[in-house]
Design a protein around this ligand. Structure first.
Ligand SMILES: *[C@@H]1O[C@H](CO)[C@@H](O)[C@H](O)[C@H]1NC(C)=O
Ligand SMILES: *[C@@H]1O[C@H](CO)[C@@H](O)[C@H](O)[C@H]1NC(C)=O
Ligand SMILES: *[C@@H]1O[C@H](CO)[C@@H](O)[C@H](O)[C@H]1NC(C)=O
Length: 291
């Protein structure tokens, strides 16, 4: 090879090796680790089919989306301070010894395991094993101790769109590439990615998806998704850091973290809906997860 071609080759290799969004200081918050990456299926969709809105007014949100379809909100809040507090280094320094509650990554989320946050981050936060079952996979999403972590959560600005008669409740989590929660539904809410990317799959309440409750989202994407006819496909989109996805009441959804991701959901709970759903139903997931 001609000598003068080398710098170009190195530039080309470097460009390939550095994902576009990792430019800038602390772009991944220190969460991207050396070692094996995500399984091959962990990629963004070909076409995002959820609308992205940067200029949505509250009136239009209520009219067009709140009760009828998901939407991705951009630039609504500035969570740069919260984001700074969520780097790997700072969370470990502040909360390393605090005990977190992990949940299995299946639809009905049965098993719970408590362990120190540092142990979770150092030992369990690795890419999803493509052959393990969701009910055998533990990860940290929800079940937060808001007393112990108050110094962090008070810096989070939730999406400023509320729904009449609902009370917001946070669910914070951190999970490895390829992890996610399989299809389930609950009340309406928002989910924001702080670091990493999260791919969403959504179906309206009347369109129950085909899935096995103990299989991971990754297994569903690999085994079930490719055979879906266009009309049987879910709405889908990958949410980038700083974006917020809104999902309406009772919409089915499954999630897949494309990178090691830090995320926070704001669930809009209602006493009225809780009372109404006391009638027999097949409602999956005892409490909101959103991982
Ligand atoms: C997980 O679910 C599968 C299939 O539903 C079952 O065969 C297996 O025993 C379950 N594993 C655990 C740890 O419960
Ligand atoms: C939350 O953390 C506080 C302080 O460490 C502790 O006393 C309390 O029992 C925890 N709450 C739960 C529900 O684990
Ligand atoms: C899923 O896993 C849970 C717990 O591991 C088990 O009790 C349940 O029977 C499994 N469900 C199905 C449909 O296999």
């Amino acid at each position: 090879m001609a000598l003068e071609a080398r710098p170009l080759l190195w530039l080309a290799l470097w460009t390939l090796a550095v994902p576009a969004r990792s430019f800038g200081k602390d772009a991944d918050g220190g969460w991207r680790r050396p070692g094996p990456g995500a399984p091959a299926a962990v990629t963004e969709e070909e076409h995002c089919t959820v609308e992205r809105r940067a200029d949505l007014s509250y009136a239009e949100f209520v009219q067009r989306y709140a009760f009828s379809r998901p939407v991705i909100l951009q630039g609504l809040t500035d969570n740069s301070r919260f984001r700074d507090l969520c780097t790997r280094q700072r969370l470990l320094a502040s909360f390393g010894d605090s005990v977190v509650r992990l949940s299995t990554a299946n639809t009905y989320s049965y098993q719970k395991v408590d362990l120190p946050f540092e142990k979770y981050v150092e030992q369990m936060l690795h890419p999803q094993d493509p052959i393990s079952m969701g009910n055998d996979t533990l990860y940290f999403f929800g079940d937060n101790n808001f007393t112990e972590w108050a110094s962090l959560f008070r810096h989070y600005s939730p999406p400023p769109f509320s729904l009449l008669g609902t009370t917001p409740a946070y669910s914070f989590g951190i999970a490895g590439a390829g992890s996610g929660v399989p299809f389930h539904w609950h009340g309406p809410g928002f989910s924001e990615v702080i670091y990493g990317r999260k791919r969403w799959f959504l179906y309206p309440p009347e369109k129950t998806p085909e899935f096995h409750p103990n299989k991971t989202t990754l297994a569903w994407l690999r085994d079930t998704y490719p055979a879906l006819t266009p009309s049987a496909r879910p709405l889908e989109c990958t949410i980038q850091a700083g974006e917020v996805l809104y999902f309406p009441d009772r919409w089915w959804h499954a999630t897949l973290n494309l990178d090691t991701s830090v995320f926070i959901s704001t669930f809009l709970g209602t006493e009225v809906v809780a009372a109404a759903s006391a009638q027999p139903t097949s409602a999956p997931l005892s409490g909101p997860g959103g991982g």
